[in-house]
Design a protein around this ligand. Sequence first.
Ligand code: OGA
Ligand code: MN
Length: 225
Amino acid sequence: MILPRTSQTGDDSSLFASIANDIASKGYSINPVALPHDLAYLLASHITTMPKSNFKRAGIGRAVSHKINDFVRTDAISWIGDDTEAGKAWLDWTTALQVFLNRRLFLGLFSFESHFAHYGEGDFYKKHKDAFVGEGNRILSVVVYLNQYWSKDDGGELVIYQNQQSTSAVINDHTISVTPGFGTIVVFLSEEFPHEVLAAKRDRFSIAGWFRLNSSIANNIDPPS
Ligand code: OGA
Ligand code: MN
């Protein structure tokens, strides 16, 4: 009998509970070396051996307004489906997280979209938000890192900005800097936290994903991307 992955590797519920607590108390959650090991290795070997042609230059904006902008971001992405073993395992795990967060926090998360991302040497993503109040319906952003032996000298930190409402010229923005080390999971409220990716000094692999609300109108299911 083939057991679901979580039964083979133990229980994700204490990790999910601490993510839920963090989101409820401060709106973000940073968890170093937290992704289940077998999943992290499966994803890392998949992303580092994928044909380069699967990655496309990332743009900004959706559909007709989608544009490549070298001043904003220079990474390359590949959307994740359930057509590969790694993609399927990832989507099983994010579905379990979604179910847990909906039960614990009543978030009403409805769908999930995610992509692999590759930042080569010098690549960056300038300060941005993943969603805008009243616009999209991205609620929660999730990023995981798949880089083994990442050192501080390798750059590529994720910088998260807090306390944007501060009006004092004296108080600097509070920033949180995350080293993109193997298996680190970052989760944050998409509308609340501007963030950026500093230039990487070597190949940097990550997954970025977003849980969304359902904005279906009549019988037309809102497509994830
Ligand atoms: C994004 C993003 C962060 C990272 O893709 O929107 O902010 O650290 N990624 O890769
Ligand atoms: Mn982002």
